[in-house]
Design a binder for this molecule. Structure first.
Ligand code: ATP
Length: 259
């Protein structure tokens, strides 16, 4: 690969007491790609993503964003730097509306005195922005922007979370099991959305146990095993059963990792 990674990690270590969740793990995400991360239960995928997205601080190792070392102490710091993570359940506040969810923590205030001093929210501007972003991403099956998120389907919720990430100029979007809780039709929409976001030039990290979904959308597949990156494969050169065999240790990688 010719370009430099937009996001990379070297030698990440994370221990929880006697458990080593990350054992010198490496990671590379290149501009414009969909990188799937797969691995057996307990392989350390979540721990790696949490380290990259500021949810845990690694004991050792280095993370670089656009070539510069970063040291996130919270998910908010990672988000401010442009790394948006969409977790399966934690992404949205169910009781709030779609528009409110899109602006969570970034609310627009009314201009002038009322906004600055009375902290009045500019609801109209927020609703227009939310509507615009959702229709840009083809998500306007949602009828009412003031609808509470808890009344949306699972796929629509993922859609709002991804639209939020895409709308605020994220450099990287990390999706943790985005289709795990969804039906066939809804999964399809989310996969289309992932492809659409890539089409807008935003690289995506997709953590998933769903091999058909991974093989359908990923440009490269990072295989995690026993706390570290085992290898990275091109889905065009491998079958799903090969990937599973590598992931479970039934098969050894042919060549050393070339990130
Ligand atoms: N907060 C924690 N406290 C103690 N041990 C933990 C903690 N978080 C993770 N671990 C352990 O670290 C190891 C890696 O877990 P991790 O959740 O990163 O794996 P995973 O690949 O994401 O698994 P899964 O696919 O099942 O979600 C496991 O042995 C797990 O039990």
């Amino acid at each position: 690969m010719t370009s430099e990674p937009i996001l990379s990690a070297r030698g990440l270590v994370k221990r929880y007491g006697r458990v080593t969740a990350l054992d010198h793990a490496d990671f590379d995400l290149y501009p414009g790609e969909i990188l799937a991360v797969i691995g057996d239960n307990g392989a350390g995928k979540s721990s790696m993503i949490k380290a990259i997205s500021g949810a845990v601080v690694p004991d050792e190792g280095e993370i670089r964003l656009e070539g510069r070392p970063v040291h996130f102490r919270s998910p908010l710091e990672a988000r401010e730097a442009g790394i948006e993570t969409v977790y399966q359940n934690l992404a949205l506040s169910p009781a709030l509306s779609i528009a409110d969810n899109m602006f969570l923590g970034r609310e627009l205030r009314k201009p002038g005195f009322t906004g600055k001093w009375l902290r009045k929210l500019d609801r109209g501007a927020m609703e227009n922005f939310a509507r615009e972003k959702l229709s840009e991403l083809g998500l306007m099956t949602i009828q009412n922007i003031n609808q509470a998120v808890e009344t949306l389907s699972g796929g629509q919720r993922q859609g709002v979370a991804v639209a939020r990430a895409a709308a605020f100029g994220s450099k990287v979007i990390i999706l943790d099991e985005p289709t795990a809780a969804l039906g066939v039709k809804e999964s399809r929409r989310v996969l289309e959305l992932i492809l659409d976001v890539r089409g807008r030039g935003i690289p995506i990290v997709l953590i998933s146990h769903n091999m058909p979904h991974v093989f359908e959308v990923a440009d490269r597949i990072h295989i995690h095993r026993l706390g570290k990156r085992l290898t990275v494969i091109n889905p065009k050169d491998y079958s799903m059963s090969d990937a599973v065999a590598l992931m479970t240790g039934a098969k050894a990688p042919e060549e050393p990792v070339v990130a």
